[in-house]
Write a protein that binds this ligand. Structure first.
Ligand code: ZN
Length: 577
């Protein structure tokens, strides 16, 4: 199929190596003309059939466009020094709002079609629910405020990215403190946390002012749209289509009541392992007195083990892994010029997921192969089902179930990566997953309280955070750490500034992933079949129906957390060293 036009939109995909995928800058005026014509065709359609055909053609165009921008983004992040893709990536950034607006016009036409009932039956009801949420979360009246919101967000990002801590007479970027924060030496860990805290203390006014401006801005946007607070608008912007503020509150209540006591015991066990009487913030990063588990072998060997793992796991993952590994769709080795971090994205026209990462020799490398590959597996299957691209990915809570569950469903193969340290890995992995949930709820409740009371002073905001520390992390000793002790620790959590109300999704996903894990311990084949059904529901189903159809309990349903928490606690008791 070399050189042939990629068959976007169809269920069949041609296979091509990443390095051979051709890139061409999208022609924006031509795209506009075509999408305009398709919008008119939907509006003038004489049958549901005609409207559906035009919509699918517009979706194919969107996929072609996304293919180009995705190639530019990936190639730019693989080598940020490459001037060509740097410019192409900037071009894509610049045109993003324009193209979004063009697609929105097509969506509106679909939403208003007189054949809507029939179209819902053909394309899926959820598509229409989602489009409606998308439309109602945007108001042209807010354009200036949205631009200001973007500017404030970039200001925070810039400030955070430029942060330098004083460390042993040198200036160190904050991420470089990471290894010291996990040091086996307690005094070193403490000094690293203090160094980080000092930077935040020194920028206290800027950080407070930025958050204040963001909360006020978002509140004003919501009020312009007739809401009392930012909360309903924030939920809409996250595309939440099956639960609201009450359900999230019910979930957090269960966590505080039923999970916090369990995590308290887990932390006490961790303190005993480390030979400590109480756990300070700077102890939470260390699981074992002799260090955390690290994978064996070179990056190349770890990658190969990952391929073999998916070949053995199931016929479905074998096909996926051969495609991924066979077409150069993983770039995981750290090299000069490469952007930091990691992600999983899609190249739609080739039905190709792509995994980007920077291996660093810690257990994070294995997490890339289990977590990110879970996202990639779901994307691989979604792109082959012939459904509109709008329905490929479900809401974030469900998408994280794909990845977080895969971390556990691959457990029988973890020994290949860690050798005899595998028991340490399994224990720490489970403990980390569990202890994350109360923290995530704290981040979520904090944000709800901020948007319910948008005029709080910086001191009042910190007081709320300290209150929540007691509710969700009563074991945590913050004494002697000025920045954390005064309740400003939330300023480190970039989601609070950049992705409002997005965090509880991870907590809900984790409770579902735990259930897939427990199911797999009882019946591997059955659990895999249920997981596949969940993945294949894609975005055509809501989070609630995906969970229910998999025969699992909804995180916010009464009694769910007591049941799941109890099972995980039992596993920990049985498997503690
Ligand atoms: Zn993820």
């Amino acid at each position: 199929m070399e050189g042939a036009a990629p068959n976007a939109g169809g269920g069949k995909r041609c296979s091509m190596k990443f390095s051979e995928m051709p890139y061409q800058r999208p022609d924006i005026p031509a795209l506009r003309e075509k999408l305009e014509a398709l919008r008119a065709r939907i509006e003038g359609a004489q049958s549901a059939d005609e409207a559906e055909r035009a919509y699918r053609e517009s979706d194919a165009l969107s996929q072609q466009y996304a293919t180009a921008t995705s190639l530019a983004y990936i190639r730019h992040s693989i080598d940020t020094r490459d001037a060509f893709y740097d410019a192409e990536n900037a071009f894509a950034d610049e045109n993003e709002p324009v193209v979004k607006e063009m697609a929105q016009a097509v969506n509106l036409a679909l939403l208003r079609s007189p054949f809507r009932k029939e179209l819902e039956a053909r394309l899926g009801e959820v598509l229409f629910t989602n489009l409606e949420i998308e439309v109602r979360s945007f108001s042209p009246q807010n354009l200036a405020l949205m631009q200001e919101e973007n500017r404030l967000q970039s200001e925070y990002q810039k400030l955070y990215a430029s942060a330098l801590a004083d460390w042993e007479g040198a200036k160190l970027p904050l991420p470089k403190l990471g290894p010291y924060k996990q040091s086996g030496d307690r005094a070193t860990r403490r000094r690293a946390y203090e160094a980080e805290g000092r930077w935040f203390d020194a920028h206290r006014e800027e950080l407070d002012a930025l958050y204040d401006a963001l909360v006020r801005n978002r509140t004003q946007q919501a009020r312009n749209m007739g809401h009392e607070s930012y909360l309903p608008l924030g939920y809409d912007r996250l595309g939440r289509n099956c639960y609201g503020i009450q359900e999230v509150e019910a979930f957090r209540d269960q966590i505080a009541k039923d999970l916090v006591p369990i995590v308290n015991d887990v932390r006490a066990a961790q303190a005993r392992r480390l030979g400590l009487t109480s756990l300070a913030l700077y102890d939470s990063t260390v699981s074992f007195p002799d260090g955390n588990a690290a994978p064996q072998g070179t990056a190349e060997e770890i990658l190969e083990k990952g391929h073999a793992m998916y070949r053995e796991l199931s016929p479905e993952t074998a096909e996926f892994a051969d495609f991924l590994w066979g077409n150069e769709l993983l770039d995981v080795r750290s090299k000069e010029g490469k952007a930091p971090g990691g992600y999983c994205t899609e190249i739609p026209a080739y039905g190709a997921p792509f995994i980007f990462s920077n291996f660093n020799g810690t257990s994070d490398d294995v997490d890339v192969l289990t977590h990110e590959a879970g996202h990639a597996f779901a994307a691989y299957r979604a792109m082959r089902r012939g459904i509109p691209s709008n329905l490929w990915t479900p809401t974030m809570d469900a998408a994280e179930v794909h990845s977080m569950s895969m971390e556990f469903l691959t457990a029988p193969w973890h020994e290949r990566f860690f050798g005899p340290a595998v028991r340490k890995y399994e224990l720490a992995h489970c403990e980390d997953a569990l202890t994350f949930i109360p923290y995530g709820c704290m981040v979520d409740e904090f944000q709800h309280r901020m948007y319910e009371n948008p005029t709080l002073t910086p001191e009042q905001r910190n007081a709320v955070w300290l209150d929540l520390e007691k509710k969700y992390r009563p074991w945590m000793d913050l004494s002697g750490l000025p920045f954390y002790g005064r309740g400003a620790g939330w300023q480190r959590q970039l989601h609070i500034y950049l992705f409002p109300l997005y965090y509880i999704d991870y907590c809900m996903a984790q409770t579902v992933a735990f259930q897939f894990w427990m199911a797999s311990l009882a019946d591997r084949g059955g659990a895999w079949a249920r997981y596949l059904r969940f993945v294949d529901g894609g975005g055509a189903k809501t989070f609630a129906s995906l969970v229910e159809d998999a025969g699992l309990c909804l995180p916010y349903a009464p009694g769910c957390i007591r049941k799941v928490g109890g099972e995980v606690a039992q596993w920990l008791t049985d498997n503690a060293r």
